[in-house]
Ligand binder design. Structure first.
Ligand code: PEP
Ligand code: MG
Length: 953
């Protein structure tokens, strides 16, 4: 967190103009060890985008997101210019605050400063200050308003004594971020003051973050020190902020109206009586903030200027915060919200202007407040979901469905459709002690169950997930909040479920796929405790191995399964990265996920056949299909066992040609396992995950760490890294892009990287720096023109002069037909090609690779695709360059002989396919494979090619 102190300030400086002032600030940041000299370009670029003038003679120069890599350490440097510096638009700056920050800290500092700058005229005081301490005092010492709103009032709490009431008051102040954890202790040590009429007062300055006043009342009057206690004020005291509220309180008491407080059952009445902030009852609208870097100065300015066009008052607060919010017309107040992307903003407008103002605000927010914005992913998902009223029909017998292949293998068995029962429970409890005990008992039972899952897990990844569940079960903040609900009279079920929901929603609101999956973990543990409390047991399992069908499978559902009883898993929702999918893979249970709601309508015991490799689900297949599937499964199991035993041997054809078999991986952590499964190299490191796991573009250092980890685990084996391949179809949350009608034909892969060369440059730097004398192969995705390749290559070569790498190869992926057709030209310049058959097939056959009904026809064995592969290999070999295939086709049993016959030098496949691909190569002779390939090129369809290869045996 950024803090201000006198040592960061240079007093009495002079700058002829803004450029000089920026240079001086940059120098101060460099001297302080906070940034490198290159950060100056960031300061300049940021000013060019829009002035950083904040108001009151203060500017806050900071770098652009692209120059964050030049930040060494988070911090600030301040320079006072008593004569003023012209910051443009006639604005004079007397104090410039240079910020070096990686991300969020910048918003936090704005919040701090704007609180100080919001009131009165500070500019002259800032200009005339003689000592740095004076400046710090001016910036920090501005009195903060007393927090006093609905979230600080707790009425009718089920508590037994004074200490519990005190603790509740302290908890409210902590939740409102007025105090940190030591505050309750400070409060307990202070002397309670009776105000009369059963009202008491306590205050403490210990661990106070900002001034706030809480008011709590017990459900029944208490006896305390021989007097009655009907209500307790707890003050987080700082300066004089509470004076006005105290005066109002005295007026209430003197006026004989104490009962308005002690007997209140509506927090609004209490707040009104004490003069706190009550949200006006105006027309309102809640909207998400879409801007990638939050409500920073530029979008806030656009918003405030829009608001100023309306005659009446417009207010905004963060959803979930209570109180009246801040004026939308005030730039500094808007900044003080510190709103981030994905947070919901609650706008309210005076009735006279609401009809015009609210739609205008909505349109402005949706269009990005002057910035390009990307919709929030969760909302996109919601928009795609069918209407709630729509109840889908079960897929009929004999039908086939495609789903996401989440865990490999063939499974067959009757369906057990498990839909969670609705939990019925009373909202109000039968006394705090009884409810607390019930909840403790239920948590203890669930903790025992989860502990058994931890102990019984043979796999580290499962152990880790359930250890995290145990920690969630005991999370002190969660328990505190549940306890507060119990005290307020809730039943154990209601208190628990409410807090679990709230915590899961907070996670989901972060709009990050990985964090949202952690919300699924929270809901899982929440449901288990609730089931325990409600005495709910799940339906009986069929006797024979069955296919578990669920909406979404929670991790504990999977880990708790008996491998002998559960043949496979099928879910309506979910993705392959969910914890449940990871666990299914670790347990070796075939799984399909995201099959759509219709599968929930299947009748119990419907026979299902699922293929966890291809993603195909067959409903009530006929006898022949079943038999064939069973044979295939047996044969596949046998082949797998034999291949696994030989996985570490090279793949050499019977006539002595060696084919390199490499692994496709998405994360550094997968490398060691890939090597153990027989990988001779990593043939495709998809770097998207490195970028998707971060809330903003990962820094050079963060990327370097990832790439180094892969190289280390490879122990000298080659590494082929693909530069970032995202785009219209897989956007990054922090990389807003206008939505495209046809994203697969839009800005993706290298096209996108070339539009944001700063990000590509950072990635290339990280890659080169991580090599440390080891061999490195870099390739660019989705190249469709020779120019794209040349621009990317030139950048890599320029950087290589700065960061030398002795053994570097640069290549491209062949994924677009134009690149295959231009291979004879490209082959002169590249070091290698790697053919991405997934995309090459979709572009060649014009079938969307994810199309729900057509994608099965997008077969990479189509002669048209094979011809493109053949052209690519011939062109490469004519120039002495090597060719790999890294699309899914490389692991297709039927495709391997063809690819080898076409002359492909390397096959890069998912780690679990390596052993099988190697075994397949060993069955071949190069001469026969060549003949086969030649024949295949002359055929008329993919089906004919498959028939040809199948007939070979
Ligand atoms: C491909 O297109 O074949 C490929 C390997 O890239 P991705 O599947 O990541 O698009
Ligand atoms: Mg691709």
């Amino acid at each position: 967190m950024l803090e201000l102190d006198a040592s960061q300030i240079q007093m009495g400086c002079h700058a002829a103009d803004k450029a000089q002032a920026l240079a001086m600030l940059s120098e101060a940041l460099v001297e302080g060890g906070l940034a490198t000299a290159a950060y100056l370009q960031g300061l300049q670029a940021r000013e060019a985008q829009g002035s950083t003038f904040l108001g009151q003679g203060v500017a806050i120069p900071h770098g652009t997101p692209q120059t964050r890599d030049h930040v060494l350490r988070t911090g600030v440097r301040l320079i006072q210019f008593p004569e003023g510096v012209d910051w443009g638009n006639g604005q004079q700056v007397y104090l410039a605050i240079g910020i070096a920050a990686q991300s969020d800290e910048h918003l936090h500092l704005l919040q701090l400063l704007t609180r100080a700058l919001g009131e009165g005229d500070l500019s002259q005081a800032l200009r005339q200050a003689r000592e740095p301490e004076q400046l710090v005092e001016l910036l920090q010492g501005a009195p903060q308003a007393l927090a006093l709103d609905g979230q600080l009032v707790g009425l009718g709490l089920q508590i037994e004594d004074f200490d519990e009431l005190l603790w509740q008051g302290a908890r409210l102040l902590r939740q409102a971020e007025c105090a940190s954890s030591g505050f309750a202790l400070g409060l307990a040590r202070s002397e309670p003051l009776p105000l009369g009429e059963g009202l008491w007062w306590l205050h403490s300055e210990q661990s106070v973050l900002r001034p706030g006043l809480a008011f709590v009342t017990p459900a029944q009057p208490l006896q305390f020190r021989g007097e009655v206690l009907k209500g307790l004020f707890c003050l987080a005291s700082q300066g004089e902020a509470h004076r006005q509220a105290l005066e109002r309180l005295c007026d209430v008491l003197i006026g004989g109206r104490a009962a308005e407080l002690s007997e209140a059952n509506d927090s609004r009445r209490v707040i009104e009586a004490l003069g706190g902030e009550v949200a006006p009852d105006w027309p309102s609208l809640t909207l998400p903030l879409l801007n990638a870097h939050g409500l920073h100065a530029r979008p806030a300015k656009v918003l405030s200027e829009l608001a100023q066009r309306f005659g009446g008052e417009l207010r905004v607060r963060l959803s979930g915060d209570e109180g009246a919010g801040v004026s939308v017309k005030s730039l500094s107040r808007l900044l003080s919200l510190g709103a981030r992307r994905g947070q919901m903003l609650h706008f309210s407008a005076e009735p006279s202007i609401a009809a015009d103002a609210l739609p205008a605000l909505q349109a402005a927010l949706e269009s990005g407040l002057g910035e390009a914005v990307e919709p929030l992913l969760a909302e996109q998902g919601a928009a795609l979901l069918p209407a709630a009223a729509h109840v889908p029909m079960a897929p009929p017998a004999g039908s086939q469905l495609m789903a996401v292949a989440a865990s490999p293998g063939i499974a067959i068995g009757p369906a057990l459709v498990r839909i969670f029962p609705r939990f019925e429970y009373a909202e109000h409890g039968k006394g705090v002690d009884a409810e607390r005990q019930r909840l403790q008992a239920a948590r203890a039972v669930v903790a025992g169950q989860v502990q058994r899952l931890v102990d019984g897990a043979g796999v580290a990844s499962i152990r880790e997930i359930f250890s995290a569940h145990l920690a969630m079960l005991d999370d002190p903040a969660l328990i505190d909040d549940v306890e507060a609900r119990l005290l307020a009279g809730a039943s154990a079920e209601a208190a628990w479920q409410h807090e679990i929901d709230a915590a899961a929603q907070r996670q989901e609101a972060l709009h990050d796929a990985l964090l949202a999956e952690r919300a699924a973990d929270l809901r899982d543990i929440g449901r288990r405790v609730l089931a325990q409390l409600c005495g709910v047991t799940l339906p009986d399992e069929p006797r024979e191995p069955y296919i578990l069908v669920m909406d979404e499978v929670a991790p504990s559902d999977v880990a708790g399964l008996d491998r002998q009883r559960v043949a496979g898993i099928l879910t309506a929702r979910g993705g392959a990265t969910a914890h449940s999918a990871i666990i299914a893979r670790a347990l070796g249970i075939p799984a399909l996920v995201g099959a759509g709601e219709a599968v929930l309508a299947l009748a119990q015991n419907t026979l299902l056949l699922l293929d966890g490799d291809s993603g195909l689900l067959r409903v009530a297949p006929d006898q022949d299909t079943q038999q064939q599937a069973l044979h295939e499964r047996e044969a596949a199991q046998l082949r797998q066992q034999q291949a696994h035993a030989e996985r570490l041997h090279p793949a050499i054809t019977r006539d002595g040609v060696q084919i390199e078999v490499a692994a496709n991986i998405g994360a550094s952590g997968e490398t060691a396992e890939a090597v153990a499964l027989g990988a001779e190299a990593v043939g495709l490191l998809r770097t998207e995950l490195v970028f998707m796991e971060h809330a903003q573009a990962p820094s050079q250092a963060a990327q370097e760490r990832e790439y180094r980890r892969v190289l280390d685990a490879l122990g000298g084996r080659p590494l082929v890294v693909r530069t970032l391949d995202v785009g219209g179809d897989k956007p990054l949350p922090y990389w807003p892009m206008p939505s495209e009608e046809n994203p697969f034909l839009g800005v993706r892969g290298i096209r996108l990287s070339l539009q944001r060369p700063d990000i590509l440059e950072t990635q290339l730097r990280a890659l080169l720096a991580s090599a440390d004398g080891r061999a490195l192969r870099i390739m660019f995705p989705m190249v469709s023109t020779v120019e794209e390749w040349r621009v990317a290559r030139d950048m890599a070569q320029r950087l290589r002069e700065e960061i030398p790498v002795a053994d570097l190869q640069l290549g491209i992926m062949i994924e677009v037909p134009s690149a295959a057709l231009m291979a004879p030209v490209l082959a002169r310049e590249v070091d290698f090609f790697s053919i991405g058959t997934n995309d090459l097939t979709q572009y060649c056959l014009a079938i969307d690779r994810g199309h729900p009904t057509l994608s099965a026809q997008a077969d990479g064995l189509h002669p048209a695709v094979l011809r493109l592969i053949s052209m690519t290999v011939d062109a490469a070999h004519a120039h002495g360059k090597w060719v790999g295939v890294c699309g899914e086709l490389a692991s297709d049993r039927l495709a391997v002989p063809l690819l080898v016959g076409l002359g492909v030098d390397e096959l890069s496949v998912s780690p679990r396919s390596i052993a099988l691909v190697k075994a397949r190569v060993r069955e071949l002779t190069m001469s026969a494979a060549r003949t086969l390939a030649e024949q295949a090129l002359t055929l008329d369809s993919a089906a004919a090619v498959r028939a040809l290869i199948a007939g070979m045996h």
